[in-house]
Design a protein around this ligand. Sequence first.
Ligand code: SAM
Length: 394
Amino acid sequence: MADVVVKEGKVLPFIFRHPWVFRGALQEVVGPYQNGDVVRVIGPRHEFIAWGWINEHSKITVRLISFQEDFEERDWFLQKLENALHLRKRVLKLDKVTNSYRLVHSEGDGIPGLIVDKYGEYLVVQVSSLGLNRLIPVLVERLSRESWVRGIVRRDDPVMCRMEAMEPVEETLYGEDLPERFLVEENQLLFEVDFRRCQKTGFYLDQRENRRFLASFVEGDIYALDAFCYTGGFAISLAKAGAGKVVAIDSSRDALEQLKKNAQLNGVSNIVGVHDNVFRSLERYLYERELFDIIVLDPPKFIPNKRSFEKGYAGYKKLNRRAISLVRSGGLLLTCCCSQIMQESSFTRMLAEAAGEAGREAMILARNFQPADHPVSISCPEGGYLKTFLLKIF
Ligand SMILES: C[S@@+](CC[C@H](N)C(=O)[O-])C[C@H]1O[C@@H](n2cnc3c(N)ncnc32)[C@H](O)[C@@H]1O
């Protein structure tokens, strides 16, 4: 087993258990290794720091997994899985509010590169760190012991895999393959997922609480806009809560087809699906002076890396400026940002600039983050990606 020596002056973050060792922090690797192996990470005076998985093809050359000197990989992994199951089942008691949630959230659950989403009796697994491949049989062995599990399917995200120089895998790991269609039950609403034509692992599970939260503000016959609606998570929640009419825009025809079915499933007929680019639709509404009581903006990630910060920031600002202009005085804007690199302070500044440029006043009523089944490690704040502000606009 190899020892990875961290440079003098670069040790502190790892003492505080930050799990990412970038190439620039490494002094040398002593001993033979293969990418994906467990390595011992030590300081310049050979003091023990942590155990990690090495991959020289990744910018994060070592992912730290355990800070206990006494370490056995299989036991470590099983304990982390146990903790993750306990959190969702016993602490958060998520089965009471939904049949679909995130069971393992990568660094947030102390297992770098592992996502497991639960859709009823099926588990969708995404792997994005090389060392984890060795533990997939252990994952299957443990999760298949849960009596409710009917199928475990691996569906890696090709973009995440590319960053680790890994081939993405798509295979059934245990039991049945995913059904073609599945009904997500959330906040007493139903959303059908078509696993052959879906985004993420199927559904945006991270917006569950925000959908319920926003619906609680619906009062009377309001006019709402769900921009970047996907299969109608927010639109249907608003319509079900009594909104008079909801316009829902997305650039994906598949998502809009599914939205139509989801509206029927929930017995709502006042949602108008629009297939368009949101930027263009908002411009048209501005030209037509059409105003809304509630607007939801839940765009995709505009800032995938540091290099694209300025361009992405400008995109968010343009979008929010238009949306703020389209909220009638006294109305609400729920605005989201899933770019991890845009931190809360930058998001707040961007919104202030957007409101200023729109010539409107905005009041923050709530600042929400990702739900607790997407936890963030205190040592790795980079795991916190979702920011959702509720603004009252005047
Ligand atoms: C973060 S998801 C929205 C999730 C949704 N709010 C929900 O609760 O399920 C972003 C959505 O934006 C859509 N999209 C991406 N770029 C777009 C654009 N320029 N105009 C319209 N839709 C776009 C994607 O198809 C995707 O459905």
